[in-house]
Design a protein around this ligand. Structure first.
Ligand code: N01
Length: 548
C-alpha cells in the first residue's frame, strides 16, 4: 500500500537528498522523483573527463551531521567528480535515503489542483503523484544547452554533452575529437581529451580568463584540524558572502589550503607600478591578481588585471597566433564565473591540438563527417558539446508548472523570473524552489545554500501544520520589492557590465530575458532576510486554509 506523502520533491541531487533527511526527521512523509538512475544530481550527470569542483571539499560538504563530517575523508583539497559522487552515495546509504526515491522517473507536468489544494505531478512512467507541498530541487545547472547548429543531427560519429556524460567509459583513443565551448566545463575537459584522443579540435567562441586550480592532495593533519573545528567553520560559513569559511588551519600550518581564489587584498592594483604588478604575478601567481581590492569595481583597474592575464597567456602559449586567439578581449574579469584549470594553456602547445576561433571563422554547419566553418571542414569521429546550461530557470520552466487559475510559470516568467527570496512564487501556493532565482544560489557554496533553503522550507511546513494552515504563497508586493532589490544590488557590479554576457544574465540562451538572476547581496544578508520572515510569522506571505 502506498502512503500519500506530505511533500513531493523533484530531484535527488544534494538538495533532494537533504530534503528527505530533514523532512523525515520532522515526522513528515516525503517522496522524491528523480530522472536519473541514482542520486547525485549535478555530480551524477557531469561525468566528463576532468570534471571537478571549484569549492574546497571540506567546505563543499554537509554540516547537518557531525558524525558524517567526522567519518568522511576527502582525498584532495578540491575534489574530482567521482569523489563527490561517492560522497553523495555514502549519504544515501548512511541515511537510508533511497527508499524515498523513485528513480528513472521524470516529472512531465506539475499542476496545482485548486479544489483539493494539492500538487499533482505527472511523470513519464505514467504514474501521477499528489501532495500538499512540492519542492523543486531541480538544480541550477541541470538543463544542458545544445546550440541549434544546422545539420547537427546528421553527424554520424559519437556525440556527447559534458552535462550528460555517459556512465559507461568513453574510449577516445585513436579518435579525432572536436569540442565546442570553452567555459568551465570545456576548460576542464580539453586537457583530458587532448591526452586521450588522437587529435583534438577546440572550437572557441569566447576566450576565458582562467587561473590554475589548486591540485593539492588532502593532508591528514589539515583535514583533522578542520574536523576538530567544524562547528566554528559551519558558523563562519553562515557569515561569509559566498558561504565559505575564512578558517585557516594553524596547527597544520601550510597556508592557502582553503581558498577558491586569493583572499581579497586591501591594496589596489592601480596603486602599484607596472613592474610591481608583474613581480606579484611572477612571485604569487596569476590567482593573486584576483585578490586586488579595486578590480571588480573600477573599469580601469579591471583592465589592468585583464591585461596581466593576457600577458600570461602570451608567455605560456608558444605559437603567437594561437596565443592571440586565446586572449579574452571583449569583457573583463568578474563578469563570468571564474574558471579554474589544469594545464589548459599548455594543451595548446601540443601537436595534436588545433584551436579554431569561431568568432573569426564561424561554424556554418555540422554534416555527417564533421564541422564546417566558413573556411575549413574538420573531420571528426567524436563531437563534444561543452556548451553549458539553460541556467537557474531552465529546469523550472521545463517542468510545465501550472499554478492558480491555470497560470503557467512560462506566463509568469515571460519577462524574467519573479519570485520571493528565490523560494516561492505568488500564484503558486505551497510550491517551493531550492536555490531559485533571487537567492544567492550559484554565487554561494551550494551545499550551504541548499541546507539553508531546505531548513527554511521544512520549518515553514511544520509551522503551517502546527497552526492548522495548509497554504502559503508570497504576496505580489513582497515578490516585486524583493526582485527590485535583487536588481538594485546587481546593477553596478561587473556581473552586469554592458560588455558582459554570461549565463548569470541568461545571455547564453537565445531569446532568454536579460536579467541578473542570482542575489549578489551576499549570503548573510539574504539569510537574515529569510530568518526575519520566519521569526515574524511570514509577513511577506499570504497564509490560508483550504479543504484537504
Ligand atoms: O558552460 P558555459 P559550462 N558555438 O556556459 C560556448 C559550473 N561549472 O558548462 O561564451 C560556439 O560557461 C560558450 O561560448 P560563449 C560553473 O558555474 C563548474 O562550461 O557563449 N560556442 C562557452 O564557451 C560554470 O560557470 C565547474 O561565446 C558556443 C561554452 O560554450 C557553469 O557550470 C565545472 C555555442 C559554454 O560555457 C557552466 O559552465 C564545470 C555555439 N553555438 C561547470 N554555444 C567547476 O566547479 C555555447 N558556446 C570548476
Amino acid at each position: 500500500m502506498s502512503v500519500k506523502p506530505d511533500v513531493l520533491v523533484i530531484g535527488a541531487g544534494f538538495a533532494g537528498m537533504y530534503a528527505i533527511y530533514r523532512l523525515r526527521k520532522l515526522g513528515l512523509q516525503v517522496q522524491v522523483l528523480e530522472a536519473g538512475t541514482d542520486v547525485g544530481g549535478t555530480w551524477y550527470w557531469n561525468r566528463y573527463p576532468g570534471s571537478r569542483c571549484d569549492v574546497p571539499s571540506l567546505e563543499y560538504s554537509f554540516g547537518f551531521s557531525p558524525d558524517l563530517e567526522q567519518e568522511w575523508d576527502w582525498p584532495e583539497v578540491f575534489s574530482a567528480q567521482p569523489d563527490i559522487l561517492n560522497y553523495a552515495n555514502h549519504i544515501a546509504d548512511r541515511f537510508d535515503l533511497r527508499r524515498s526515491i523513485c528513480f528513472n522517473t521524470r516529472a512531465t507536468a506539475v499542476t496545482y489542483l485548486e479544489q483539493s489544494n494539492q500538487w499533482q505531478i505527472d511523470t513519464d512512467t505514467g504514474t501521477s503523484y499528489h501532495a500538499t507541498y512540492c519542492i523543486m530541487a531541480t538544480g541550477c545547472l541541470s538543463v544542458p544547452n545544445k546550440p541549434n547548429i544546422d545539420g547537427a543531427e546528421r553527424f554520424q560519429g559519437e556525440t556527447y554533452h559534458t552535462g550528460l556524460w555517459p556512465k559507461e567509459p568513453v574510449d577516445l583513443s585513436g579518435k579525432r575529437v572536436g569540442i565546442i565551448g570553452t567555459g568551465s566545463s570545456g576548460v576542464q575537459a580539453i586537457p583530458e581529451l587532448a591526452g586521450q584522443a588522437q587529435h583534438l579540435t577546440v572550437f572557441q567562441r569566447t576566450p576565458v580568463y582562467t587561473v590554475p586550480a589548486n591540485r593539492k592532495r588532502m593532508r591528514k593533519a589539515v583535514q583533522d584540524e578542520f574536523k576538530e573545528n567544524y562547528r566554528q567553520i559551519r558558523a563562519m560559513q553562515q557569515h561569509n558572502r559566498g558561504g565559505v569559511s575564512t578558517f585557516r588551519p594553524i596547527k597544520s600550518v601550510k597556508p592557502n589550503l582553503n581558498r577558491t581564489s586569493q583572499p581579497r587584498q586591501t591594496i589596489d592594483i592601480k596603486s602599484l607600478m607596472p613592474e610591481q604588478r608583474q613581480q606579484q604575478l611572477d612571485q604569487q601567481g596569476l590567482e593573486s591578481i584576483l585578490g586586488f581590492a579595486d578590480i571588480y569595481n573600477d573599469l580601469e583597474a579591471n583592465e589592468i588585471a585583464n591585461d596581466l592575464f593576457r600577458h600570461n597567456i602570451k608567455r605560456r602559449v608558444k605559437d603567437p597566433q594561437v596565443a592571440e586567439k586565446l586572449l579574452p578581449k571583449n569583457y573583463g574579469l568578474g563578469c563570468k564565473r571564474q574558471v579554474l584549470d589544469r594545464d589548459y594553456y599548455d594543451t595548446f602547445n601540443r601537436d595534436n591540438v588545433l584551436l579554431v576561433d569561431v568568432q573569426e571563422n564561424p561554424i556554418k554547419a555540422i554534416d555527417s563527417t564533421g564541422v564546417q566553418t566558413t573556411i575549413d571542414h574538420h573531420e571528426l569521429d567524436v563531437l563534444v558539446y561543452a556548451t553549458g546550461f539553460d541556467a537557474m530557470t531552465g529546469a523550472l520552466l521545463n517542468a510545465n508548472i501550472t499554478g492558480r487559475n491555470g497560470q503557467t510559470l512560462q506566463e509568469k516568467w515571460q519577462f524574467g523570473p519573479v519570485a520571493y527570496l528565490g523560494l516561492q512564487m505568488n500564484g503558486f501556493p505551497n510550491l517551493f524552489t531550492v536555490t531559485g532565482p533571487g537567492s544567492p544560489s550559484v554565487l554561494c557554496n551550494m551545499l550551504v545554500a541548499i541546507e539553508q533553503h531546505i531548513n527554511w522550507i521544512s520549518k515553514c511546513i511544520v509551522y503551517l501544520k502546527e497552526n492548522g494552515i495548509n497554504q502559503i504563497e508570497p504576496t505580489a508586493s513582497s515578490e516585486l520589492t524583493w526582485i527590485s532589490h535583487v536588481n538594485d544590488v546587481a546593477k553596478d557590479s561587473m556581473f552586469t557590465a554592458p560588455t558582459c554576457n554570461s549565463w548569470y544574465l541568461g545571455a547564453n540562451i537565445p531569446d532568454k530575458p536579460r536579467i541578473f538572476m542570482p542575489y549578489v547581496g551576499g549570503f548573510p544578508q539574504y539569510r537574515e532576510h529569510c530568518e526575519t520572515e520566519q521569526d515574524n510569522h511570514y509577513p511577506g506571505f499570504t497564509l490560508g486554509r483550504s479543504a484537504d
